[in-house]
Write a protein that binds this ligand. Structure first.
Ligand code: NAD
Length: 736
């Protein structure tokens, strides 16, 4: 079916773009536009052409489904579509509605005239993918709206409402009634008035002081761009709009080609596509039925419970919060109220909206009040006995079909599910602190979790604006299981000779939002200590985090207690190095007979980041995560991993897996570290030996199946496929 429809209305040809959802400029649509133009040019009865989209979108730009496929650059490419528009000898009018973004705006800029209706969003967002508009946008937009306005739009990538362009040269008319009728009337009048065909490329950029302005732009944009090269390249490309058009266009193309190759753009594109991929489960296809979520409940109004409840309130979903004691309930609700009040004070929330949200919140001490909720999320203490009591009670009171979710960060979701008579309704929803702010939601899939429960939880994540990543069941799931190795290795680093402040500085310079020790102090050290003690009991021979344990034994639990890995002053979050900590470290080294050595920042970064990579590879090998990009999305959205590095697995790809494996082997020969851990993960070693990458692993389909997913029943008469079966078998054994 064609994605560009051609019709003639009187003496005007109408080309309607029809490539849902947002009229992405895929190959078929591009070809359809050119074919329509050719038809209109050849028909003597046609005097003008209207290019129009749907109410939702004129065009949202490139069709992301074509990214990394030959169709993306196949002819006619967007440049040539725009050339065809500009070459028309009959007026072409773009009728803009809805989204008019990126390539969509570049297409409109190639038309002789543009009209728009209210509520359209117009912009060039390429910078958000580390790119610049590559089909003449940086050359045509400044010619129409001026250097400064164009540069602001291109560097920010932010859409501008069509109303803001009323009366500017970008729009020749603003239509409040029916857009197509307005466009037809405009086209007829342009023909009747014999209006000259305006080609944007023929205009000149006017500015009183180009050099001065560009100098100012370079300085201010450079200061804001951080590690990303695209914003400054946008400045250079826009500056080139002062050159003759074809020369400027060539500059734009050069800068675009350079940006595509940068690791920063690769990282941004990886994040964009990774987020979308993460919500797809091969065995839970789109269209899997979902259960309606109209009412929610949360058990526990502590740090996490309060934040989780706010997610529902923000989305307009009524939520009942249950606690064991009135004081705890009052305290939890007080914190929610205070959080909203502070947002109101900052002017980011209207007081009426806050009142509306608070009205949706019902506190209770009685389980019977929860029964009619569609989903209940448990956020009580991280203790299996407490979870057991809660889930047994939920099993009694919740209505049939309700989803029973746990926010546990490390415990076995299958064991929790087994406390109920409806394990298919149980799922992990692992939020990150502060739960009303952090974007990540790990959805933990139990062995028996039903597909519609997964589909519903994934849909709910969208409603509450979270990035969802599905994890199989294991201790710590994807994120915390990896961070455990990162934390463990950071302890070895200080035993060997580094100090917390050196480790933190090295990691922060590399791009982490916070080094491991400052992060520990912020999050609080008590939970980690509690979990370590459980691990020591479960694995009596395991090496102990001597310094970390000592710090906790002294009641230094982080910022909350004014002391942790650092010392803090009242009302000041600055981490001050503390001589007491140096002494603890020194004593621990002496007791272990270690002579400290100097570690370079490079070694610190590699030991910590590759610890994430090696554990990440094991997680993939076991099918706990389905894709390397899923692992990266967890780290980008939940652990302050630098966006410009794209996540640990993409970073490993850019460092080269051969190099990563060699470093792991070298670290494994260090007697102070966990030598077994540093044996390169099987998957990592295999990929490196084959000259492959994690991206290639994902492209080949990722993990065969998610750990926890029910095995697919073999069809009765299907012939066995030896290779595929043995592969699946070895992975599921690893998961056990
Ligand atoms: P918290 O101690 O701040 O809050 C727990 C709350 O649960 C308390 O208010 C307590 O009164 C209440 N509670 C205890 N037993 C209860 C019961 N039987 N019925 C009802 N309420 C009960 O703990 P938290 O940090 O909010 O952690 C809660 C859960 O979330 C844990 O499983 C934890 O592992 C997980 N988690 C915590 C974080 C974090 O950063 N704090 C992050 C992700 C997940």
């Amino acid at each position: 079916m064609s994605t560009a429809h051609y019709a003639v209305n009187g003496a005007t040809a109408v080309i309607t773009l029809d490539n849902p959802p947002v009229n992405g400029l895929g190959l078929e649509l591009r070809s359809g536009i050119v074919a329509g133009l050719d038809r209109a040019a050849a028909d003597p009865k046609v005097k003008a052409v209207v290019l129009i989209g749907t109410p939702r979108a004129f065009s949202g730009g490139a069709d992301i489904r074509e990214f990394n496929t030959p169709k993306m650059t196949a002819e006619p490419n967007l440049h040539n579509v725009i050339r065809a528009l500009e070459a028309m000898r009959k007026p072409v009018v773009a009728a803009i509605s809805g989204n008019c973004m990126g390539g969509g705006l570049e297409l409109a800029l190639g038309c002789h005239f543009r009209i728009a209706g209210p509520g359209a969003q117009i912009g060039l967002p390429e910078v958000k993918l580390g790119l610049l508009p590559g089909a003449g946008g940086t050359q045509r937009l400044p010619r129409l709206v001026g250097l400064e306005h164009a540069l602001n739009m291109i560097v920010s990538g932010a859409p501008v409402p069509s109303e803001m362009f009323k009366g500017t040269p970008l729009l020749d008319d603003f239509v409040t009634g029916d857009l197509l009728e307005g466009a037809l009337a405009f086209a007829q009048k342009a023909v009747a008035d014999k209006r000259p065909l305006k080609r944007v490329r023929d205009l000149k950029v006017r500015h009183a002081n180009v050099e001065g302005y560009i100098h100012f732009a370079r300085t201010s944009v450079g200061a804001m761009a951080g590690p990303f090269p695209a914003p400054l390249k946008c400045v250079e490309a826009v500056n080139a709009a002062t050159l003759p058009f074809e020369q400027g266009l060539a500059r734009e193309r050069e800068q675009f080609a350079e940006l595509v190759m940068t690791p920063e753009s690769r990282a941004l594109r990886h994040a964009f596509f990774g987020e979308r991929a993460a919500s797809k489960l091969p065995d839970v296809p789109e269209g899997t039925p979902t259960r309606p979520i109209r009412k929610a409940a949360v058990i526990g109004a502590g740090t996490m419970g309060g934040g989780i409840a706010m997610n529902f309130l923000n989305a307009g979903i009524p939520v009942t919060v249950l606690e064991t004691k009135q004081e705890a309930l009052d305290k939890g609700l007080g914190i929610i109220r205070k959080n909203y009040e502070s947002t109101v004070k900052k002017g980011k929330l209207k007081p009426e909206k806050m009142a509306e949200r608070m009205k949706l919140l019902t506190p209770t001490l009685k389980y019977e009040d929860l029964g009619d909720a569609d989903i209940v999320i448990e956020a009580v203490f991280e203790d299996m006995a407490v979870k057991k009591a809660v889930f047994e009670k939920l099993d009694q009171v919740m209505k049939k079909g309700a989803i029973l979710a746990t926010n546990t960060s490390t415990l076995d979701v299958d064991q929790i599910a087994a406390f109920t008579r409806r394990p298919a309704d149980v799922v992990g929803t692992h939020f990150f602190s502060p739960a009303n702010v952090m974007r990540l939601l790990e959805i933990v899939r139990g062995k028996k979790t039903a597909k519609d429960v997964l589909a519903t939880t994934l849909a709910l994540a969208k409603t509450i604006r979270k990035v969802a990543v599905v994890s199989g069941v294991c201790d710590g799931f994807i994120g915390n299981r990896m961070i455990h190795q990162y934390g463990r290795e950071s302890q070895v680093l200080i035993m060997e000779g580094a100090l917390p402040q050196q480790v933190d500085k090295a990691m922060e310079k590399w791009g982490m939002a916070m080094g491991p020790f400052r992060m520990g102090d912020l999050a609080g050290l008590a939970v980690g200590w509690y979990i370590r003690k459980r691990h020591y009991a479960e694995h009596p021979g395991m090496p102990r985090a001597v310094v970390a344990d000592r710090i906790c034994e002294l009641g230094r639990f982080g910022q909350k207690t004014g002391k942790g890995w650092y010392a803090y002053k009242a009302g000041d979050r600055t981490a001050y190095p503390d001589a007491e900590v140096d002494t603890i470290i020194d004593q621990a080294r002496k007791a272990a007979g270690i002579t400290p050595r100097k570690l370079t920042d490079e070694e610190i970064v590699e030991r910590l980041v590759f610890a994430l990579v090696n554990e990440g590879a094991r997680i993939l090998e076991e099918g706990i995560a389905l894709r390397a990009s899923d692992v990266d999305m967890v780290y980008l959205n939940g652990y302050g991993f630098p966006l410009h590095r794209g996540g640990p697995m993409l970073y490993a790809d850019s460092a080269g897996l051969y190099h990563v494996v060699r470093r792991c082997e070298q670290f494994a020969s260090n007697p102070l570290t966990d030598r077994e851990f540093w044996q390169p993960a099987k998957l990592l070693a295999q990929l490196a030996a084959g000259g492959k990458s994690f991206a290639a692993f994902d492209a080949a389909g990722g993990a065969v199946k998610q750990a926890g997913a029910k095995p697919v029943k073999a069809k009765p008469k299907a012939k066995p496929k030896p290779k595929a079966q043995s592969k699946a078998k070895s992975r599921s054994r690893a998961a056990a």
